[in-house]
Design a protein around this ligand. Structure first.
Ligand code: DAH
Length: 338
């Protein structure tokens, strides 16, 4: 009997099953009521008392070996079947969908509105030379107007700077194409300003430019009126105030009726009923000439606006720094289809 148990133990140890059916047959062979182990325990009665202790240990050892083998093989089947199971790619995702940054939403809205009336999108470099950022735009050297914008110059080369406005892109477009030109240029701009609720050293602008024969201030007004109504709502009113920019003559700043109080007066519009949203004007003939466009034949208008400012007005955001902090509680509030 001792020998028989030894042989059975070897069999159990070397047993291998390829699937659950084979394992079940193994279990039945050893552990079912009519199986090997119960039969051995039944024979135990016939073992003489001197051998009982040793035989008992051997039999229990065999029973344990069978049970361990079953558990081991079962686990290995379960693990591999988990891997074999293919993931269901049609299940809806449990992770939340990302949202677009509010500045991107408004930039895309602005691009949409102007592309509907024939404006294309152009881009230029963020590191600019003096010519494109200043000189071609009619800022003479040492002209105090250069102080309107605090510039980050590249230390080793004072001719190179981070662009202070996207007006530099209109210079590049005029140099590289022939009228009619209708383009908007969204992009990042840089100014050496202290960071506060109303100012940042990095922000975003959209520049607009229209050059053709017979472009007039009336065209400028109608274009921007259409834009304001599309972005802020049908009842939006606009007004122009005279202003000064070196690159436009005449120049103006455009206000819209306050979109919060509808023009009645509130703390956003400082009880005036109006909020400023952009600068604009007729392209100065000197600028056309600097860019190689015949200023006897062509006229044009240009405008420029800060995307942060427009976004703050549209969503009633009162601190510009929120745009750059990437706080999920802020960002998650914005949803967009574009
Ligand atoms: N470049 C101006 C700025 O950054 C904005 C601007 C004003 C652009 C008038 C224009 C314009 O094209 O006509 O403050």
């Amino acid at each position: 009997m001792k020998e028989k148990i030894g042989e059975l133990l070897e069999d159990v140890k070397s047993f291998h099953a390829d699937n659950m059916d084979q394992l079940e047959a193994f279990r039945i062979k050893y552990l079912s009521k009519k199986g090997i182990i119960p039969a051995l325990f039944a024979d135990f009665r016939n073992v003489n008392s001197a051998d009982r202790k040793e035989m008992g240990l051997l039999m229990n050892g065999l029973k344990n070996a069978v049970q361990e083998k079953i558990i081991l093989l079962k686990n290995s089947f379960e693990n591999t079947s988990e891997i074999k199971e293919k993931p269901d790619l049609t299940l809806p995702s449990s992770s939340p969908l990302g949202t677009r940054h509010p500045l991107s939403i408004v930039r895309n809205d602005i691009i949409d509105i102007f592309s509907r009336i024939g404006f294309n999108v152009s881009e230029g470099p963020e590191i600019e030379d003096d010519f494109h950022n200043f000189s071609a735009l009619n800022f003479p050297p040492d002209h105090p107007a250069r102080d309107m914008q605090d510039t980050f110059f590249i230390e080793k080369d004072p001719d190179i700077a981070l662009r202070t406005h996207t007006s530099s892109v209109q210079v590049r477009v005029m140099q590289n194409s022939k009228p009619p030109i209708r383009t908007i240029s969204p992009g990042r701009v840089f100014r050496n300003e202290a960071i506060s609720a109303r100012a940042h050293c990095i922000f975003h602008q959209v520049e607009g430019l229209y050059v053709d024969t017979d472009v007039s201030f009336a065209d400028l007004k109608q274009t921007l009126f259409y834009f304001a109504k599309e972005l802020f709502g049908e009842n939006t009113k606009i007004r122009f105030r005279p202003s000064y920019f070196p690159f436009t003559e005449p120049s103006a700043e455009m206000d819209i009726s306050c979109n919060i109080c509808g023009g009645k007066g509130c703390n956003i519009c400082k009880y005036t009923g109006w909020v400023e949203i952009l600068g604009c004007g007729m392209v100065d003939p000197n600028v056309l000439e600097s860019c190689g466009i015949d200023n006897n034949k062509y006229t044009g208008f240009a405008f420029g606006m800060g995307i942060e400012r427009i976004t703050m007005l549209k969503y009633q955001i009162n601190d510009l720094r929120l745009f750059f902090e990437n706080d999920m509680r802020f960002l998650e509030q914005f949803k967009s289809s574009n």
